[in-house]
Design a protein around this ligand. Structure first.
Ligand code: GLU
Length: 305
């Protein structure tokens, strides 16, 4: 068995020159207030062990990592019908681009760009009453932590400034690809993005992705092994903004990042790992977080390749 703790400790030590390099996302004003010098890492294995370094227990804004949870829930609710309204190809453009949506007549390229997540949120809203809270409870159940909350200051900050998201949701509506009102979809979407979780919470919540869809602690089936394979494939090909190729080249793991500086990555059969450091590289992925994951796969000799 691999001794993870010394590897994680080495990674945290070697990554330290990268911490604070890059830029904190400032387009959501509340996110700009975070201390840029945080770094945390938590790795969970399906046998119930957790290995941590740095600020692994400090909550951060998960932002687009929430797209993994909402897609999982939508797949639970409607299965393959999701793909009637969404593509599954890398976008090759910015996560909030309007141009591609126009060219492709309101069908978002994939569920991990913003427009895709709006459609996923719309699906959940149409199926569940009080969808916002249902998503929160779903995530709490995945990580077995009832103290996960929406950070209302972050949600309100985005509600006040998310003009591009409003444009996109209205655009989707004009193409007939939203059933609910753009305001209702965005209210839920901004709250999902505002979930405040620690690296330990996020890594635990994604253990099912490295365990054939099953929560190891309770034995509960979240999604089938076939859907788990698909979620991981989407993370590999669409999960890290417009640099999925470079990320796969460097890290070699399915992953999803968020503008809060978090990245979740999984190695099916082995581990889920969450890193968090708020400063982002030019593609929008955590700069130190990406470096840490690259070091992790190099030092352990484990990746999907
Ligand atoms: N709430 C953010 C937005 O919609 C999420 C972006 C991200 O983390 O990729 O702009």
């Amino acid at each position: 068995m691999i001794s993870w703790q010394p590897i994680i400790d080495d990674v945290a030590r070697e990554v330290s020159p990268h911490i604070g390099k890059g830029k904190v996302a400032a387009y959501i004003p509340e996110l700009a207030r975070v201390d840029a010098n945080h770094f945390g890492m938590a790795l969970c294995t399906p046998d119930g062990r957790t290995y941590c370094a740095g600020d692994a227990s400090i909550p951060f804004s998960i932002q687009s990592i929430s797209k993994v949870f909402t897609l999982t829930l939508a797949l639970q609710l409607v299965g393959d019908d999701v793909w009637k309204r969404l593509g599954r190809e890398p976008s090759g453009s910015a996560f909030n681009s309007l141009v591609q949506l126009e060219q492709e007549r309101g069908i978002p390229r994939n569920p991990f760009i913003n427009a895709g997540a709006h459609v996923v949120t719309d699906i959940i809203l149409s199926r569940l009453q009080d969808a916002k809270l249902k998503v929160l409870h779903f995530v709490r159940g995945l990580c077995n932590n009832s103290s996960v909350v929406f950070d209302l200051a972050v949600a309100r900050s985005e509600q006040a400034t998310g003009f591009r998201n409003y444009a996109m949701a209205n655009f989707l509506k004009s193409f007939g690809n939203l059933n609910n009102s753009p305001d209702a979809v965005l209210d839920a979407y901004f709250h999902h993005c505002s979930m405040s979780m620690t690296c330990v919470d996020v890594a635990r919540a994604c253990l099912f992705l490295c365990n054939s869809g099953i929560l190891p602690e309770s034995g509960e089936c979240v999604v089938s092994p076939a859907l788990t394979k698909r979620l991981n494939a989407l993370m590999l090909t669409c999960g890290t903004y417009d640099s999925v190729g470079d990320f796969a080249f460097r890290v070699g793991l399915p992953a999803k990042s968020g503008v809060g500086g978090g990245i979740i990555a999984v190695l099916p059969g082995h581990f889920s790992v969450c890193v968090w450091s708020p400063c982002l590289n030019e593609s929008g992925n955590s700069l130190a977080g990406t470096a840490a994951l690259e070091l992790l796969t190099e030092k352990s000799g484990l990746s999907i390749f």
